[in-house]
Design a protein around this ligand. Structure first.
Ligand SMILES: C[S@@+](CC[C@H](N)C(=O)[O-])C[C@H]1O[C@@H](n2cnc3c(N)ncnc32)[C@H](O)[C@@H]1O
Length: 269
């Protein structure tokens, strides 16, 4: 494990955290009243918050399985979240037992779970880095102890970039990470959007801002721009639910409106 000592972790229960709210949406137990309260306020804007989290998670399952079946054996997952079974390493290692996975998050509660997460996998196959995505060089250096940067790596930033504003370097951090990946690597992104309800998205953004947090929904074109210079694999940037549903779990969702999240996978030449 790289970064802060898990023994010294302090959980701030006075304000909501994205990792813990997401855990609440997924039906987990690693959240506090303050997280539940904000999650419920978000549900008042769009009652399908749980569906959004499940659809995003199902995309991770399908994309990871597809990558492992395509021969990828190294995974770097930044903004990994509180462990939720099946985790990315479990999906990858089911197809490719020799797959190596490095997780990274900046939330203390994720660090608090990291030791147990790492125990669930053969020694040395999975690593956890406590770091901020806005410091890509520190992540790359730490990941280099587990991953070989001369072999393809699947870099996933799933439901992460909407917590990083443009002026905080969202595009720059993606570019820096991708620059260091060898040829044959992949970038995997999923992201919330306000394309279908701009007013609701603006209200959600204001709700985060009022608590000192960032939420930056992006359009399909804005998400696509993160993939510049890479070859998008079929079907390109699509609704998360529509990315290769034939590969596995598809979540039945309420209503006819699309679940407002996009996803895509692209290969570095
Ligand atoms: C919505 S969760 C997504 C979890 C997982 N990637 C998934 O898609 O199921 C977003 C995660 O990103 C993490 N995160 C947000 N901003 C971050 C940053 N600047 N650096 C590292 N992690 C961050 C949060 O702590 C949280 O665990």
């Amino acid at each position: 494990m790289t970064g802060q000592d898990p023994q010294t972790v302090e959980i701030d229960t006075s304000k909501p955290h994205p990792a813990r709210m997401y855990d609440w949406f997924l039906g987990g137990k690693d959240n506090y009243p303050v997280d539940e309260q904000m999650a419920k306020q978000l549900l008042a804007l769009d009652s399908r918050g749980r569906d959004m989290a499940r659809v995003n998670r199902a995309f991770m399952h399908r994309a990871t399985r597809w990558l492992a079946e395509s021969g990828v054996r190294q995974f770097l997952d930044i903004g990994s979240g509180i462990p939720t079974e099946p985790n990315l390493h479990q999906i990858a290692q089911r197809t490719a037992p020799d797959a190596r996975v490095v997780y990274c998050d900046n939330d203390p509660i994720v660090l608090a779970h990291a030791a147990a997460l790492l125990r669930s996998t053969p020694e040395g196959a999975t690593e956890y880095i406590q770091a901020d995505a806005r410091r890509p060089d520190a992540i790359l250096e730490a990941a280099g102890k587990t991953l070989a940067f001369d072999q393809p790596i699947a870099l996933s930033l799933l439901a992460l970039l909407h917590f990083v504003d443009d002026e905080d370097g969202a595009a720059e951090l993606v570019d820096r990470l991708v620059e260091r990946l060898p040829s044959g690597s992949y970038l995997v992104l999923s992201h919330t959007t306000g394309d279908f309800d701009p007013e609701g998205a603006a209200k959600a953004r204001a709700m985060y801002k009022a608590r000192g947090m960032t939420l930056r929904p992006r359009s399909r074109a804005e998400l696509t721009a993160f993939f510049h210079g890479l070859e998008l694999v079929e079907p390109g940037v699509s609704l998360s639910a529509d990315w290769r549903p034939e590969l596995g779990e598809v979540i039945d969702v309420a209503g006819v409106d699309p679940i407002p999240g996009y996803a895509g996978v692209a290969r570095k030449r």
